[in-house]
Design a binder for this molecule. Structure first.
Ligand SMILES: Cc1cc2nc3c(=O)[nH]c(=O)nc-3n(C[C@H](O)[C@H](O)[C@H](O)COP(=O)(O)OP(=O)(O)OC[C@H]3O[C@@H](n4cnc5c(N)ncnc54)[C@H](O)[C@@H]3O)c2cc1C
Length: 636
């Protein structure tokens, strides 16, 4: 990678949109290297980025457990986990830098969990047979973000990063084909602002909220990526959505948020349903031999730790077949009894209690479980009113993560020169299914270790470019187009709220482009979404005005973009006549109900180009596997 010397870096301005793990780590690192950075987020503080919600952990190939881990194995697990739909070179780089991330975070003082002797502890996540997940209780994202945020704040304090909170980027400014800045709205005053950058980086997160109900933070949205898409950045694999198997089931029509129970719980919990259909007994009254530990039965080698797509589909299959539990019957049990007792027995031994009775084991074991997952258990109890230390949790799959995103090359640059995408906002490393604890790894890899190197490749050719004045016609035009859209929202003065449209979109997406999809449903969904878009633009009601704090106006913009994205997701899912990872086309499955890939015709990344008036053109990036033998995935 070409380098940029320190004196030149000082005259280069970089706009970073996003202050989650990807954006904050990139902004802090680039400023540390000497670039002049402007960083934007729509929350009131960088540390409120959605990354803070991450619970379970972050992967790294440290092999601390001496259980056979290596850079190659992490690389292999990730490619296989993604059902052979990710680019080999990027994933190998991710595996290589994974170990550096842990060192970086420990150096920052991130309190990752440690064993008694002081060494960093690991736990298991899905899709692997080694323990490589580093964690900080059930709040790993929060602690990692505090690390990145501290590094960012340090640079802000030194005047090397200018931070713009409560600012929403609403347009990319392109001059002579290159990204040269953004238009952002000050969310407090409503004012539109122009910001120049020699390069623009988007670390703006994922778009799971297109489904309305998801585990994502309420504010997470696709707007920044979608504006970039409409300015020429291709969108990669938009239909690849991750449905997480362990979430608290939907409880009613008026819900606006779903809650994740971290995958780390599958480390110690066993998943089961009653063997008898429509069994009305309490979970604790169902004897052991009348329980179906269906993941352990179907996938003996990986058991409860199969990847998320596999576990989600298996839960759906059991519920659809009539074995679901709870009032809705759309839930399965996640039970900690066996491991609580096992931990208790070890603790008893440690405390010199010989031949402990079951009650003693359970009491001591609960303390261990509390230490590991206490905040998650509390959260479950607060939401459901049931005590998971006494009764198994009820869980069901929910939308959680989007593998799709802006298409980027090896250097993380989109198809617009100078415009980069990092973290969940890009399509990158996870193929058709992300393994647990790999998003934090990827976001921090992109920000701390990839972009600081790869950006030099572009910037080294931009040294002669002086800061472009903000009255350049491209800035004026971009601002005018943003203003026109905002004014339009207010002027419709229809009868329906933004949420009305968002909920409707979410239902179409979940029913027809969710955990299972088929050609008929997807074709119907495309027509329904087009109708919804028409209705949105003619019957939307947004109160207030554009020049004030107006959350309904913010939501209107985000939902308008979600509606267009939803259509593209359905088109992408319809185009991909195969099943792979989280993309399960009902027409393409093995006899055992597993995803059936078509490598001959679909071993490519779909990269969609935006054409005027919500039309899209498909480009294909062929995937070549030179270091891993492509095979039917098996977790048996
Ligand atoms: C409940 C939950 C638990 C999870 N647990 C784990 C886990 O244990 N391990 C794991 O690896 N992954 C986990 N994930 C996934 C992981 O948290 C995310 O993929 C990751 O944190 C995304 O980071 P990011 O930096 O890409 O984006 P985000 O953290 O979403 O940050 C986006 C940033 O962009 C800003 N932004 C967005 N749009 C605009 C705009 N238009 N203008 C200005 N600013 C904008 C936001 O303000 C924010 O600062 C979890 C996800 C969820 C939902």
């Amino acid at each position: 990678m070409p380098l940029v010397n320190p004196a030149n870096k000082r005259s280069i301005e970089i706009v970073v949109v996003g202050s989650g793990l990807a954006g904050a780590s990139a902004a802090a690192t680039l400023a540390e290297m000497g670039y002049k950075v402007k960083c934007f987020c729509f929350q009131d503080s960088p540390r409120r980025a959605h990354s803070i919600a991450a619970q379970g952990g972050i992967n790294a190939a440290k092999n601390y457990q001496n259980d056979g881990d290596s850079v190659y194995r992490l690389f292999y697990d990730t490619i296989k986990g993604g059902d052979y739909r990710a680019r080999e070179a990027n994933v190998h780089r991710l595996a290589e830098v994974s170990a550096n991330i842990i060192d970086q975070c420990v150096a920052q003082g991130v309190p990752l969990a440690r064993e008694y002797g002081g060494l960093l502890d690991n736990r298991s996540f899905g899709g692997t047979q080694v323990q490589r997940t580093f964690y900080a209780a059930g709040q790993t994202g929060q602690q990692l973000l505090l690390g990145a945020y501290s590094a960012l704040e340090r640079q802000i304090g030194m005047g090397k990063v200018e931070m713009f909170t409560r600012h929403e980027m609403l347009e990319v400014v392109k001059i002579e084909g290159k990204a040269r800045g953004i238009i952002a709205r000050n969310l407090i005053t409503g004012e539109l602002e122009r910001h120049f950058g020699h390069a623009v980086l988007l670390g703006t997160g994922g778009y799971g909220n297109v489904f309305y109900l998801s585990t994502n933070a309420m504010g997470s949205n696709v707007t920044a990526a979608w504006k970039a898409h409409k300015k020429g950045a291709f969108f990669g694999n938009p239909c690849f959505t991750q449905i997480h198997p362990t979430c608290i089931p939907v409880s009613g029509d008026h819900q606006s948020k779903l809650t994740l129970m971290s995958e780390s719980l599958r480390n110690d919990g066993r998943i089961w349903v009653p063997k008898k259909k429509d069994d009305q007994r309490k979970a604790t009254d169902i004897p052991e031999d009348e329980r179906d530990y269906y993941l352990e039965r179907r996938y003996p080698a990986f058991g409860n730790l199969v990847p998320r797509d596999v576990a989600s589909r298996a839960a759906k299959e059991r519920c659809d077949a009539g074995y679901g539990v709870g009032v809705s019957k759309l839930a399965v049990y996640l039970d900690f009894t066996a491991n609580t007792e096992r931990y208790g027995r070890i603790e008893a031994s440690v405390h010199n209690i010989h031949n402990p009775d079951k009650e003693t084991c359970m009491r001591l074991g609960r303390e261990v479980i509390k230490e590991k997952y206490g905040n998650l258990f509390d959260m479950y109890k607060q939401i459901t009113g049931e005590n998971p230390y006494e009764l198994p949790m009820r869980i069901y799959p929910a939308v959680h993560y989007t593998m799709g995103g802006l298409w980027v090359d090896y250097n993380l640059m989109t198809t617009v020169p100078g415009l980069y995408a990092l973290g969940e906002a890009n399509f990158s490393d996870h193929g058709a299914n992300r393994l647990g604890a790999s998003a934090l790894m990827q976001g921090l890899a992109d920000g701390y270790f990839v972009i600081p190197y790869t950006i030099g490749s572009y910037i080294s050719k931009e040294l002669a470019t002086k800061a472009i004045p903000l009255d350049h016609p491209a800035f004026v035009e971009a601002e005018a187009s943003v203003k026109a859209i905002l004014d339009k929202f207010i002027s419709i003065k229809g009868t329906k709220s933004v949420d009305f449209f968002h909920k409707k979109l979410g239902k179409i997406m979940w029913d027809k482009c969710g955990m299972a999809r088929n050609a008929k449903g997807l074709s119907e969904a495309i027509v329904e979404i087009q109708q919804l878009r028409k209705e949105f633009w003619s019957d939307l009601r947004v109160p207030g005005s554009t020049d004030e704090f107006n959350p309904e106006l913010e939501k209107a913009g985000r939902v308008a973009d979600f509606i267009e994205l939803g259509e593209l997701m359905c088109m992408d899912a319809l185009n991909r006549n195969e099943s792979c990872g989280g993309h399960f086309r009902e027409e393409y499955q093995t006899e055992e109900g597993e995803a059936l890939r078509d490598d001959e015709n679909y071993a490519y990344v779909s990269a969609w180009e935006y054409k005027d008036d919500v039309k899209f053109e498909l480009h294909k990036e062929e995937l070549k596997f030179e270091n891993i033998k492509i095979a039917q995935r098996s977790y048996k």
